[in-house]
Ligand binder design. Structure first.
Ligand SMILES: Cc1ncc(COP(=O)(O)O)c(C=O)c1O
Length: 397
């Protein structure tokens, strides 16, 4: 063992501890849900999961996964182009394409991989990429790894700045790709998608939207940010995750017109060189989509819960960022206060994570509350009261 190497790694860890950003999450011994049991026996309410529709522990979704495991085994033991593709992947992809009102979809082992695949495949050295300043890390890394001729970050959701950049880029030949989240994960706000698509059309640009937090949450039927804005099927490339509203397991997808998806299957490296999701996950995700369609009351409950929580924060004089998604950041501004509040909430039996620099800008530290359809009114009110009480407490210290 190289001791010098280990000493350097230990020093890197010490620096993370010194910054106060060493992560040590609690260990769960029950399924993800509105309340979970920890290894020390404590029961805590979860207000930071992406299990927006409560399907991670839904009986039908779990049963579909078990059935898939029995029928198709533990996994594919190969990448798809080598050993063949499994019927649950094909069926899930048809459902995902349908959900996004487009022609085709392709799954990957994560949305991280899906974003990397899409960005490194459709971007060449003649492409200019215009990327929102608050895009998710997987989009940022995908753009970094692409061979884009030019990469420009535009101010968050600033359509005037984007128009200026587009006008500038359109003078030179080459593809223009606009990259945005549908719902921004740290803010919970939405990209102004209808305006963005208008600009894209005017300047002949292509749009890639990561709708990981919008899929199964926004729009009349939960089809995502595009449905919310009445532009379903109009985004060139939509990516998303299976790890949030759609069953909460793992996996990601790209949905687009057929030639785009064909090219991704033929040449994207995370598809060619990496195993797909296990068939059992394809089965449970498929069931999650069926449940989303069959039980509209889940979406209604999620929205009612979001409204109750937002109104409750305002009534208690707590600062939250506006938005229509199920992500509600409660801003404490001070980094230590946000950390302390998160610790105090866990002591009170409520799990909510604090985010501080570099995940959010300096001076904008926050706890990020995420609401699910599984939360009861009691859960919501208890959490609102506890946040209000503990926020006062940590501010007074
Ligand atoms: C906007 C966004 N994109 C992509 C991802 C990555 O998804 P996955 O866990 O499927 O890799 C996340 C997850 O945090 C996300 O919030």
């Amino acid at each position: 063992v190289n001791e010098q190497f280990l000493a350097e790694i230990t020093a890197a860890l010490a620096a993370i501890v010194e910054q106060g950003s060493y992560k040590s999450p609690p260990t769960l011994v029950s399924p993800q849900s509105a309340a979970v049991r920890l290894v020390d026996g404590a029961e805590v309410l979860v207000f930071c999961s992406n299990d927006y529709l409560g399907l991670a522990s839904d009986a039908d979704v779990v049963a579909a996964g078990i059935d898939g495991l029995r029928r198709y085994g533990a996994g594919t033991a190969s990448v798809r182009f080598v050993c063949g593709t499994f019927i649950p992947h094909v069926e899930l992809e048809a459902e995902l394409a349908n959900l996004q009102a487009t022609e085709a979809a392709l799954t990957y082992s994560s949305c991280w991989s899906a974003n990397l695949a899409a960005l490194t495949t459709v971007v060449d050295d003649s492409t200019t990429v215009l990327s929102d300043a608050l895009n998710h890390a997987s989009l940022i890394d995908g753009i970094r790894q692409s061979r884009a001729g030019r990469k420009v970050v535009y101010p968050h959701s600033d359509m005037a700045a984007l128009a200026e950049l587009l006008s500038d880029c359109s003078r030179t030949p080459g593809r223009i790709l606009i990259v945005t989240d549908g719902v921004f994960s740290m803010e919970g706000d939405l990209a102004p998608l209808a305006d963005l698509l208008e600009l894209a059309e005017r300047f002949d640009a292509v749009v890639l939207m990561d709708d990981s937090h919008g899929t199964g949450v926004l729009g009349r039927e939960g089809r995502g940010t595009a449905e919310h804005f009445g532009v379903l099927g109009e985004v060139d490339i939509v990516t998303g995750t299976l790890g949030k509203a759609l069953g909460g397991a793992a996996g990601g997808f790209v949905a687009a017109r057929r030639p785009v998806v064909d090219l991704l299957f033929q040449s994207s490296r995370p598809q060619i060189f990496s195993n797909p999701i296990p068939p059992s996950v394809a089965c449970s995700a498929q069931q999650a989509i069926r449940t989303l369609r069959a039980r509209p009351e889940l979406l209604r409950r999620l929205r009612d819960n979001v409204k109750v929580f937002r109104d409750g924060l305002a009534e208690r004089g707590l600062d939250s960022l506006p938005g229509e998604s199920a992500i509600i950041p409660v801003v404490l501004y001070d980094e230590k206060l946000a950390e302390r509040l998160s610790h105090r909430l866990l002591e009170e039996g409520i799990l909510v994570t604090a985010f501080r620099y570099p995940v959010v800008p300096t001076g904008e530290a926050r706890i990020r509350v995420q609401i699910t359809a599984r939360h009861t009114r009691d859960d919501l009110h208890r959490t609102l009261d506890t946040i209000a009480r503990c926020a006062k407490e940590v501010q007074a210290r």
